[in-house]
Design a protein around this ligand. Structure first.
Ligand code: GDP
Length: 297
């Protein structure tokens, strides 16, 4: 029932990269996500305030659109991957210039490798007197991360999430990496995507933030997501605006679910409500049988 048709080359068009920021605690992941959000020219012009919906998009000075997962840390990345949702094209590895490579830096490198996702190293806190960006580059060599300055192919950008210095350079480095990856999707098919956050909202009922990975999700679409299903009642973008559709790599809040799915659940648009209900019920039954078998029902 679920559309698994492989897209033809002529149906594909470029899509924005989906970027995850990883790195050691206190090296500046949250600060960097905030600084990038603030550098978003589009929302600044519109006077809009970016909503926290778990992901946001920015447009670089050169016109490239980038999608950032707004969930720092490694837990979200690994748990989503464990559920079968690979929602990262590029990892930005944040390393504080006054602290260099630390255990969670190394952990982030192995996550990016396991997911086969290229890395860009953001050497943060360059504003600090103790900053030693060169030590970061040589430390990374020990983990076989060879930066461009040392003849490798990993881009590094020296920046400060505090002063904003280097943020634009980082965004252009990501845009360049994305070009190399030639990321594509087919906007003219039934959508599928991954849930990055879900909650039960007092006023709006179950709300899931979905990152569309292929196709276009539209108001009125019938879908199944994990053990829940629904018909898109409304879509809300990262600016808090109602939209009628979401193209590939666009994060949107989806309203109209019959329950609250889990982060990492995959959303698929289907033809009929009956199909959606049957698939969701079947999955719920399988999950229940598993719990019974495990004696935890
Ligand atoms: P996270 O744990 O990786 O998310 O790190 P945070 O973003 O919470 O930052 C940890 C601390 O470093 C906070 O006190 C930030 O204000 C500080 N910090 C982050 N980026 C910079 C920077 O570029 N320069 C300086 N001086 N401090 C920074």
């Amino acid at each position: 029932v679920i559309d698994t048709v492989v897209d033809k080359a002529e149906d594909l068009s470029p899509r924005p990269p989906i970027v995850t920021i990883m790195g050691h605690v206190d090296h500046g992941k949250t600060s960097l996500l905030d600084a990038i959000r603030k550098a978003n020219v589009v929302s600044a012009e519109a006077g809009g305030i970016t909503q926290h919906i778990g992901a946001y998009q920015v447009t670089t000075d050169s016109g490239a659109v980038l999608t950032f997962l707004d969930t720092p840390g490694h837990a979200a990345f690994t748990s989503m991957r464990a559920r079968g949702a690979q929602v990262t094209d590029i990892v930005v590895l944040v390393v504080a210039a006054d602290d260099a490579v630390k255990p969670q830096t190394v952990e982030a490198i192995s996550h990016a490798r396991a997911a086969n996702v290229p890395m860009i190293v953001a050497i943060n806190k360059i504003d600090k007197y103790e900053a030693n960006p060169q030590k970061v580059r040589t430390d990374l060599l020990q983990y076989e991360v060879v930066v461009e300055e040392m003849g490798g192919d990993v881009q590094t950008v020296e920046l400060s999430a505090k002063t904003g210095q280097g943020i634009d350079t980082l965004l252009e480095a990501i845009a360049l990496q994305a070009e190399i990856l030639e990321l594509q999707a087919n906007p003219n098919r039934a959508a599928h995507g991954a849930v990055i956050e879900a909650k039960l909202d007092v006023g709006r009922g179950p709300v899931a933030t979905v990152l569309v990975q292929n196709g276009t999700l539209r108001q009125g679409d019938i879908f199944v997501v994990g053990q829940t299903w629904g018909k898109v009642r409304a879509l809300v973008n990262d600016q808090g605006e109602r939209v009628t559709e979401a193209a590939p790599s666009v994060p949107v809040e989806v309203l109209g679910l019959n329950g609250t799915p889990s982060a990492g659940d995959v959303l698929n648009v289907v033809e009929t409500e009956q199909q959606a209900r049957e698939i969701a019920d079947y999955r719920a039954q399988v999950a229940k049988d598993k719990r019974t078998a495990a004696g935890t029902a």
